[in-house]
Design a binder for this molecule. Sequence first.
Ligand code: SAJ
Length: 473
Amino acid sequence: MNDKLKQILERKGPIKKIGVVGMGYVGIPAAVLFADSQAFDLVYGFQRDSGSSGYKIQMLNDGECPLKGDEPGLEELIKKVVSAGKFRCTPDFSKMSGLDAITLSIQTPFKDPKDLIPDFSALTEGLRNVGANMSEGTLVVLESTVTPGTTGGMARRILEEASGMEAGENFALAHAPERVMSGRLLRNIREHDRIIGGIDEASTDRAVELYSPVLTKGRVIPMSAMAAEVTKTAENTFRDLQIAAANQLALYCEAMGINFYDVRAGIDSLKGEGVTRAILWPGAGVGGHCLTKDTYHLERGVRMNDGKLDHPPGGESLFMAARRINDFMPRHMSKLTVDALAQVGKKPEVSRVAILGWAFLKNSDDARNTPSEIYRDIILNAGAEVKVHDPYVTKYTGVKISHVLDDILDDADVIAICTGHDVYTTLDPEQVKKQMGKDDPVIIDGRNIINADLYINKGFKYKGIGRGDKNEH
Ligand code: SAJ
């Protein structure tokens, strides 16, 4: 173990004062949970006083939650720790001096989703601010999802340059990836196991000391920083892979004229000690800000060690193939649409398509990287007129989204269900057909949420992902 750092930490004593950089949907719950713990005395939330997010500073110091959406218990907890004087939000980075631990929860989006190069600019600015203000013996923790190798590479270099100190000697450095989902922020932090990876043993131990007090059901899982970075990116890569396997099998079932969902029920029935078949669900595509990027972080990380990778020559990575299959699904949706129109003697350029669902996830208003957009662009390029309905999403750059279903169904030739919102499961085929006003309406079920026979018996031309048994009815 690195004795110098160990001695510095022992001299400093237990962690009491904490800083959290980035007051977003990860940083805010993390900061107030630290502040609510008896183990710690004071937490600063650091937030740039920028035009786009500076408003959060006053809101938080007034005990209000600046996050959208319902986060059970969060606003009450903010009020509690602010009034107890245990949490304050500030744009003054000089207050980082003397803190025992500083975590960074800063988004790492892509500059352009097309080239999949992460935009680390906000993270590097945060690291520079921490390096310039932190004291000897501080523990620095990255919570953002990063390309494997970042903590011990770029982050370490920036912190050392800005502080003039040495990681592992004068300060501790670790990665503890966030695993929170909107709507369950506090519960996720308290109950999920926490992956904790230091650049060395002393850093790992110090980070375990920081996170242990906020865990209720969750336990800490210590490992190296690189292993923690790979764990985070790979856990989403594996989910993306599982979804791609379901999508590929659904395409096979369509080609073979069988019902994927019968096959899925059959596969899923195989259970027993150590026997698992985590077969997920096919659909109109994979959106969101996790699964659409974490595979590329993982692949970029292994590319940095390219010389050591043994792999079938010329073979694409299994994980990249999975991304390609998932990103193909909106295209498959458009093929089902064009085929169905042709079967009723119509062409896309003279058709109206009603897209049902813009959010990337059912019963959610989150539309980040929504596959509905890929489908819409393809159908627009085919010449169709497109209208979009979503019960939750209010606005999306460049797309008019209606909350009134009747407006979208009026005179539509096609209904394309892209998001599995519950509200679409109870549509009445007879009423929908009347609203569309067509003798041969088309319905494309991208999320397997309607009863095919009900619509077919009412005169709809039906196509569904995975429904090889019905697509040629
Ligand atoms: N999807 C499918 N088939 C499935 C499951 C999902 O097509 O069987 C699609 C969804 O429609 C959506 C996309 O994949 O478009 C992503 O869905 P998701 O359920 O994975 O939701 P995310 O993207 O919010 O994933 C997050 C991740 N959490 C974090 O990164 C902290 C992921 O690790 C979680 O497993 C996931 O939530 C979850 O299980 O809720």
